[in-house]
Design a protein around this ligand. Structure first.
Ligand SMILES: Cc1cc2nc3c(=O)[nH]c(=O)nc-3n(C[C@H](O)[C@H](O)[C@H](O)COP(=O)(O)OP(=O)(O)OC[C@H]3O[C@@H](n4cnc5c(N)ncnc54)[C@H](O)[C@@H]3O)c2cc1C
Length: 530
């Protein structure tokens, strides 16, 4: 995954700095041995780790220090300040750490601590020889879906020292890859191909993670077995379902035309890029995040772009009026033409015809009208369902040894007190990681505050928390000046915060929600079916 390197700045920490310059909890950005280094003081200890987030290169020195950890201001990854270990997705890889020596009244950053990249790093009591229910060892873990949740789960099993078989089944040939990038820099032509795979080519084989390219046709929870199309069936000791979501199809007349595209997979993104090479006018149907990010990327490529959507203000339902108006104005400023309050009636070879008869010339059409979770396997297997696969706080489904994570899973969220399902990259990865640890018997509650981001041109909107409905919106700042925080609350309780260029506030709100949940204590169990 690509990113930017934090430029070397600040003092040379290898030459040492005065210990008195840092009070407990302070941090200092500097460099040592040619690399950007974050020096921090934790109580009386001085610690030093790489200053650049291993996800997209965010500046950790501008993040939030919480206990022995630092959170990245860009997408809320979290690292152990003592070891550099990646504790929270979207970071999958650790950052380096350096030994720090106290010399009189100075602290000096010494040599890098070398680590075996294959060594188990995640602190868990339950290692390879653990048992579940005090009895049978998990001999084989099978994961359906090599997306955000599935890939993160497979890695976490190895990081926990699990030595049994790990098999990930996915029908796509390129997975796992950086899906959020497919509508953003990659589609815009600003991200090279090598940023897209989550890991180098041999990574999974090197970690004995077997990726099977096949479609899973059926799940037999009584027989602990998966039936694969054109392959031998697979037995599992524990199973993680992480089948993600798929684009909602409109079924419009003319939709099967070669110039009409949906966007979910890397293959889809590549097809749109190929078509954009010769296209001049694009129509994006749908004012969803993916639709609008696609519009931005096609504008960046120089195409004329029209967006057709039924709502009056795009994204208002999710982000509120102030941010919806801002997003619309931002796209208009960049040359996008909106046709709001309108639906497409049909697609022709060179045009999209709207429900009021307007004809928009189009040699490229992208439909982005939302997604639906891929639930067929879980439904057919008879798992408890509620607009998604119902899981408990440990991400267990209603079937023994079957877990679910990512876009398909509806979990009891301690922050809203409701069972929720979201379609966020970071949430899916973290769910995959927690499910993996629970497969190994960790009994860890999934209680992360949801987080997602969406990028349009050079503006990124960060959203932390979850507010499906709200009765209070407080806007602080001005979206038009790209300096705003919008707080959504219900019944006097803050639920979510959307920010533009206010990363510190976004992190602080995440920590505030976590502390509020800790103060409330474990919530009463939300039943599997309501
Ligand atoms: C273009 C785009 C941009 C996005 N941008 C953002 C963003 O900016 N921020 C954000 O937070 N979220 C974003 N998202 C959403 C985010 O990517 C998803 O929430 C996340 O990928 C969900 O992870 P998952 O593991 O549940 O599913 P997925 O990542 O979708 O992976 C599911 C995998 O399961 C496989 N699969 C499904 N069924 C079967 C079967 N029967 N047999 C074999 N394989 C199967 C699929 O091939 C797929 O590889 C974006 C999504 C898209 C499509």
């Amino acid at each position: 995954m690509g990113g930017t390197d934090t430029a070397l700045t600040g003092p040379d920490l290898a030459a040492g700095v005065a210990a008195a310059d840092l009070k407990p909890g302070d941090r200092l950005l500097g460099h040592a041995h040619g690399e950007a280094v974050l020096l921090a003081r934790l109580g009386d200890d001085f610690v030093a780790i790489g200053a650049t987030c291993s996800h997209y290169g965010g500046p950790l020195a501008e993040g939030a220090i919480e206990g022995d950890t630092v959170r990245c201001p860009w997408h809320h990854a979290c690292f152990n300040l003592r070891t550099g270990e990646a504790l929270r997705a979207p970071a999958l890889s650790s950052v380096p750490s350096w030994r720090v020596e106290r010399r009189g009244d100075r602290v000096v950053v010494m040599e890098k601590v070398e680590r075996d990249p294959l060594a188990p790093t995640y602190p868990m009591e339950h290692r390879a020889d653990h048992t579940r229910d005090g009895a049978d060892t998990v001999r084989a873990v099978v994961i359906v879906g090599a997306g955000a949740a599935g890939a993160a789960a497979a890695e976490m099993l190895r990081r926990c020292g699990y030595a049994g078989r790990v098999t990930v089944v996915d029908e796509e040939k390129d997975s796992p890859y950086d899906r959020p990038n497919l509508s953003k820099d990659y589609l815009a032509g600003n991200a090279p191909e090598e940023w897209i795979p989550l890991r180098p080519a041999n990574f999974y084989a090197d970690h004995q993670i077997d990726i099977v390219r096949a479609r899973v046709a059926r799940l037999d929870v009584q027989g602990n077995r998966l039936e694969l199309e054109s392959r031998e069936p697979l037995s599992y000791g524990a199973l993680l379902l992480a089948t993600g979501a798929e684009q909602v199809k409109l079924g419009l007349p003319g939709e099967e035309g070669p110039h009409v595209h949906y966007l979910r997979s890397l293959g889809d993104s590549r097809s749109i890029i190929a078509a954009a090479g010769s296209a001049k006018r694009a129509v994006v149907i749908g004012g969803s995040f993916i639709g609008l990010e696609t519009a931005a990327s096609l504008r960046t490529r120089g195409l004329e772009v029209h967006v057709v959507a039924p709502e009056a203000v795009p994204l208002e339902r999710v982000m509120g009026r102030a941010l919806g108006d801002f997003i619309k104005a931002l796209h208009e400023e960049k040359g996008v033409t909106f046709h709001l309050g309108r639906k497409p009636a049909r697609i022709e070879a060179n045009a999209v015809v709207l429900d009021d008869g307007t004809t928009l010339g189009a040699d490229l059409v992208v439909i982005g009208v939302g997604v639906r979770p891929r639930l067929a396997l879980a439904e057919q297997a008879g798992l408890a369902m509620d607009r998604g696969v119902v899981v408990d706080e440990l991400l267990r489904t209603s079937a023994p040894n079957v877990f679910a994570a990512g876009d398909i899973a509806r979990w009891p969220d301690p922050h809203t007190g409701e069972r929720i399902r979201v379609e966020h990259w970071v949430v899916a990865q973290r769910m995959g990681q927690v499910a993996a640890r629970n497969i190994l018997g960790a009994e860890e509650r999934f209680d992360y505050v949801p987080f997602f981001w969406s990028a349009h041109y050079d503006v990124s909107i960060n959203y932390v928390g979850h507010a499906e409905r709200w009765d209070d919106v407080r806007v602080d700042g001005d979206a038009a000046t790209r300096d705003v925080a919008v707080l959504f609350g219900r019944a006097g309780k803050p639920l979510a915060l959307a920010t533009i260029f206010r990363d510190g506030e976004s992190l602080a709100f995440e920590i505030e929600l976590e502390r509020a949940a800790e103060r409330r204590g474990p919530t009463e169990r939300i039943p599997m079916t309501e």
